[in-house]
Design a protein around this ligand. Structure first.
Ligand code: NZQ
Ligand code: ZN
Length: 385
């Protein structure tokens, strides 16, 4: 285990009815809020009304930025920054999924900067003052509610880039699992695949971390247990609660501390959604088994064996390589069982842009669990066709 500093300061208000804490929480961080949300799901399921009621009853003044797209655009960030400057906003309040929270985080990091938001995304080292972000989560997937990252798309250049800075971690998040009961089966399954991918990206590391790995397996098992239940029974609050808390823990830093990690499947997926605007978790479900098959070898087989035995319940008496292969098969079958696609063709992606994507990804994944050349990345994309 490598040395590390532990600091994960987001205050979490977890459980049904925690929205009642929102007014006092927002007031503790600012006097005028920018309320950020997506395409309208919060208006249909009552979360918007509950939020606004809470803000009004505590005398919190606010301005709205709605219409943030899935795979949020830099144009929405720019719109939000302009509103903040015009209205003297001092706290950002995203209410929604990862896209809304990510958009809010980059707004928060851009308001006091002279840089354009896209420059902020490209140069996190130049981030200075960041306005406080208080989030209300409505979809369990990205972990944005408790992590330092945001992912922003620039359709003009077909770029989708992640940016991370400790100051962008929300100061507080309301996690009411009942708010996720209206998430449809596709987004529920994709969100579960996303959580699992965040865990795979840190589980497969060249640094030992026994304790972190056992915790990671527990979180993976929680997804395996409750993902299918939430897909079949959208109103199952226990399933929703387990997925919600797992989404936050998967990527809040705890599973990574003490380990060297360089994510591989995520940068590969971000290229898919940059060019084709597909759902992030669905892209991960397609690529993950192919990446696993590409990196399985004599050296990595023991790690896949751990996954097979500890998460998928494969018979430990089998040969290591056989267990490793079964672990990958079970992972692929699980995504299928959840109703997720297994090929790029199913989400409308053909071969035409794969070489461009591979060329963009190659420099981003230096130091990965298994180093992959541009040609090897392209081979993974092609295997997924
Ligand atoms: O826009 P609305 O109308 O709100 O509808 C959304 C959207 O259509 C809907 N939705 C959200 N909550 C709902 C709901 N529908 C019904 N009931 C609810 N309670 O779901 C759709 C998808 O929402 P979105 O926010 O896009 O999903 P998600 O949370 O999966 O976020 C995906 C984005 O996050 C990035 C992804 O790349 C993608 O851009 N990521 C962010 C990360 C981070 N910040 O750490 C890490 C991840 O790896 C990921 O890359
Ligand atoms: Zn992800």
């Amino acid at each position: 285990m490598n040395p590390f500093v532990y600091s994960i300061p987001t205050d979490i208000y977890f459980g049904a009815g925690q929205i009642e804490r929102l007014g006092e929480v927002v007031k503790a961080h600012g006097t005028k809020a920018l309320l950020v949300y997506g395409g309208g799901s919060i208006r249909k399921n009552g979360v918007y009304d509950a939020t606004v009621k809470e803000l009004r009853s505590h005398g919190v003044d606010f301005v709205e930025l709605g219409g943030v797209d899935p795979n949020p655009r830099v144009s929405s960030v720019r719109q939000g920054v302009a509103l903040c400057r015009e209205h003297g906003i001092d706290v950002i309040l995203p209410v929604g999924g990862g896209s809304t929270i990510d958009c809010a985080k980059v707004i928060a990091a851009s308001v006091k900067s002279e840089l354009d938001p896209w420059e902020i995304v490209r140069h996190p080292e130049r981030i200075g003052e960041v306005l406080p972000v208080v989030s209300v989560l409505t979809l369990s997937a990205t972990g944005s509610e408790m992590d330092i990252f945001a992912v922003i798309s620039n359709p003009e250049t077909n770029d989708k880039l992640g940016v991370g800075h400790p100051k962008m971690r929300p100061v507080a998040s309301i996690l009411d699992p009942t708010y996720t009961c209206t998430v449809n089966a596709w987004q529920t399954a994709s969100g579960t695949a996303d959580i699992m991918s965040h865990l795979f990206e840190v589980y497969f590391s060249n640094t030992a971390g026994f304790m972190q790995d056992r915790m990671t397996e527990a979180l993976l098992k929680t997804c395996v247990e409750f993902g299918p239940i939430a897909v079949k029974e959208p109103g199952n609050v226990e399933a929703r609660a387990n997925l919600m808390w797992t989404s936050s823990w998967a990527i809040n830093g705890l599973m990574t501390l003490g380990k060297e990690v360089a994510w591989t499947v995520h940068p590969m997926e971000h290229e898919l959604s940059a060019f084709y605007d597909i759902t992030h978790g669905a892209g991960l479900a397609i690529l993950t088994p192919h990446w696993m098959r590409a990196v399985l070898n004599e050296k990595t087989a023991p790690k896949f064996r751990e996954l097979g035995v500890n998460v998928w319940g494969v018979d430990p008496k089998l040969e290591t390589m056989e267990i490793a292969r079964l672990a990958i098969d079970r992972t692929a079958a699980f995504f299928r069982q959840m109703g997720l696609p297994a090929t790029l063709g199913e989400v409308g992606i053909d071969e035409s842009k794969l070489a461009v994507m591979a060329a963009k990804v190659a420099p981003m994944i230096k130091g990965a669990y298994v180093e992959l050349s541009e040609a090897e990345i392209l081979a993974i994309y092609k295997a997924a066709l």
